[in-house]
Design a protein around this ligand. Sequence first.
Ligand SMILES: Cc1ncc(COP(=O)(O)O)c(C=O)c1O
Length: 340
Amino acid sequence: MAPSSTDPPRVRLARLPTPLHPLDNLSARIGGPRIWIKRDDLTEGPAGGNKLRKLEFSMGQALAEGADVVLTAGAAQSNHCRQTAFAAARLGLRCHLALRGSPPSGAPDGNLLLDELLGAAVTWVDDDAFDDLPAVFAEVGEPYRAGGRTPFCIPVGASDEIGAWGYVEAAGELAGDLDRLGIRAGHVVAAVGSAGTHAGLRIGAARYGLDAAVVGISVSRSTPELDERIDDLADRWRRRYRQPADIDGDGSEVLDGHVGPGYGLAGPEVHDTIRRVARLEGIVLDPVYTGKAFHALLREIAAGRFGGPGGGDGAGDVVFLHTGGIYGIFPHREQLTAPG
Ligand SMILES: Cc1ncc(COP(=O)(O)O)c(C=O)c1O
């Protein structure tokens, strides 16, 4: 498709703007910078999360191309897949998910249960085949094409140059929030998986004058791998939309020292942080993304970053982006209910 310098197609799915509010009970206990939370877990009640912002653009593009089926892929408990199933149902499109692994032995739970409720079709794909997603999409899409339908493929996490728009625009929203509240935030902290959220925020920070470094907390991949992805995403966005994406030397970064035992796994310290934030602030984080990222934020503050304990070094406040993922607590039910 020819690059365009016009606004990208967009369909409204998320309840925006999401709230931004301080976590004063927690900030007072930590004695570091004031922590604010941007509630992107509330983009649409139980169907909410960061993907809905991206899907406004992915689905917008799908509709602009005349698609009537969307294909996407992810882990069995993918938040992205659940939000795609939601968006498709809302827009009257078919949704077909390629999920990594094999079907559960019992009844579906968590996001998978919601995928089913929302009417998504599911194809289970083993690890080796999943590494070649274009081939998976070609195979899953074939019967639809043969039946005269028009499938549209959305990559894992909607993390391509189209979906990145969701967080380009979110950066503009956040800049407006901070202006209105008269806050100076030196840092925005968020979990990084497929990196579309992080890349979009950085492009948007430059575009909308959000004067804050974006600190990504990797939940799986190494910093060099993510840096490469982020540069590639920014480059593709720049080329497709012919607009500047000035992310070099912006002071933002991705930290890979908080992955812990691996993707989807969390140590007891992360479960403790989830309990602590729930009890002090009435906010529920998940063990796969937001709990890990929030725990990393607390560790970094304790190590003197972002103003450190005592705060007040002029680094400004910190905004934590809550990207959703609540259904991720259920597979960790035993660890989360351990005495604490
Ligand atoms: C709850 C939650 N937070 C954060 C992320 C990471 O976002 P991204 O894939 O854009 O890096 C995801 C991705 O699946 C997610 O589900």
